[in-house]
Design a protein around this ligand. Structure first.
Ligand SMILES: [Zn+2]
Length: 95
């Protein structure tokens, strides 16, 4: 029993140490961002949020384009669905 509690104490102190360490590390790291493609550290105000590598710039541009297309589709599909519903309703009313 005594052995077990000693072990628990040791684990607890280790956890405390790790917790303190990670906290101090968090404080010592200045604010920064990561490249959305390769995750390397970039300036906090970098816009677009990619590093200076041409590969990352190209990939990010491609991602942005597909995201824009997706958001356009997200607007177009409901619009078409609503249009179809309206057409159905008006046709149903006429017939
Ligand atoms: Zn990058």
């Amino acid at each position: 029993m005594a052995k077990g509690s000693k072990m628990a104490d040791r684990i607890r102190s280790n956890v405390d140490k790790v917790r303190r360490n990670s906290k101090s590390e968090l404080k010592s790291i200045p604010p920064h961002r990561h490249c959305v493609i390769c995750r390397s550290v970039i300036k906090i105000d970098a816009d677009p949020p990619v590093c200076s590598k041409q590969e990352c710039i190209d990939k990010h541009r491609k991602n942005e384009r597909s995201r824009k297309q997706l958001s356009i589709l997200m607007y177009i599909f409901p619009a078409i669905a609503i249009l179809l519903v309206i057409l159905n309703v008006t046709q149903g009313g006429a017939a």
